[in-house]
Design a protein around this ligand. Structure first.
Ligand code: FPP
Length: 261
């Protein structure tokens, strides 16, 4: 068996560009705290270095033509962390957006956010809304950041809004189907993730994109997020390209091209 880990970044790049690229990649960025602990550093240092990984992965995604990149930056459960850590994470996010907004505009990156944005500190919300407005016309890569996000509550919110619209007479219960339901999710208009990556050895979905990941391919790596750089991302994509996505069909049906996927 070939070990792709021995290949250089450029060789991996050539390989993956010859195959089908995932349109939407979602990432659970995990392991910043452990990375810092291993080095006897405060947790926030792990988050700081993790931001360099964020930058690397966004750059690579744009360069190779990924259409949507969704990053799980802050879950609803993360509010339970020490206040100082929550404050530091919000600060890092603000700093990043302020610093990178010019590059995002230049490079055609569209910034979006999913989750309970209204629960974030007002200052953070301002920076986020500014980034959304200033990049809304861009179309090369959609950078979608999940903040105070939880998949179950996203679904409940969708149901509440559907019920309101049924009450108002805007839609009827009989017309409700998967496609209409998706219009009520935070990810409305985005394709489902083709590939979901989780770093740091944990093998859970942790309330991330529950509805959207019904047919997603999962990739788990022991690498901690601050160490997850371009080469790691290329290895994840290569691994994805070697899988066969059947969406419930038989291998025979796919081979005979009976169904367009
Ligand atoms: C998980 O590591 C990481 C987080 C909860 C935060 C990640 C967020 C960033 C790097 C900022 C994101 C900013 C943008 C612009 C997308 P952990 O603290 O859970 O690590 P541990 O499991 O080892 O403790």
């Amino acid at each position: 068996m070939r070990d792709y880990k021995d290949l250089k970044e450029e060789e991996l790049l050539k390989l993956i560009l010859g195959g089908n690229l995932p349109e939407h990649i979602a990432i659970i960025m995990d392991g910043n705290g452990r990375w810092a602990k291993q080095r006897r550093l405060p947790r926030i240092s792990g988050h700081k270095v993790g931001m360099d990984s964020v930058r690397d992965i966004i750059t690579l995604s744009r360069e190779i033509g990924i259409k949507v990149l969704t990053l799980y930056a802050f879950s609803q459960e993360n509010w339970k962390r020490p206040q100082s850590e929550v404050r530091a994470l919000m600060g890092l996010l603000q700093e990043y957006l302020k610093k990178e907004i010019k590059t995002m505009i230049e490079k055609g990156i569209q910034f979006r956010a999913i989750g309970e944005i209204e629960k974030l500190p007002v200052k953070t919300q301002e920076v986020i809304n500014n980034a959304i407005e200033n990049t809304s016309k861009n179309g090369d890569l959609i950078l979608n950041v999940a903040l105070s996000y939880g998949g179950r509550s996203e679904i409940i919110e969708a149901i509440k809004n559907i019920l309101r619209d049924i009450e108002k007479g805007d839609i009827s219960a009989d017309n409700l189907n998967e496609s209409l339901f998706e219009d009520y999710l935070d990810t409305s208009g985005l394709p489902d993730p083709d590939l979901l990556i989780r770093t740091s050895g944990e093998k859970r979905i942790s309330n991330f994109l529950l509805w959207q990941s019904a047919y997603t391919e999962f990739y788990f790596t022991d690498t901690l997020w601050p160490d997850f750089r371009k080469k790691e991302m290329l290895l994840a994509i290569l691994n994805y390209q070697q899988r066969e996505r059947r969406f419930g069909l038989t291998r025979e049906q796919i081979k005979r091209g009976l169904y367009a996927l």
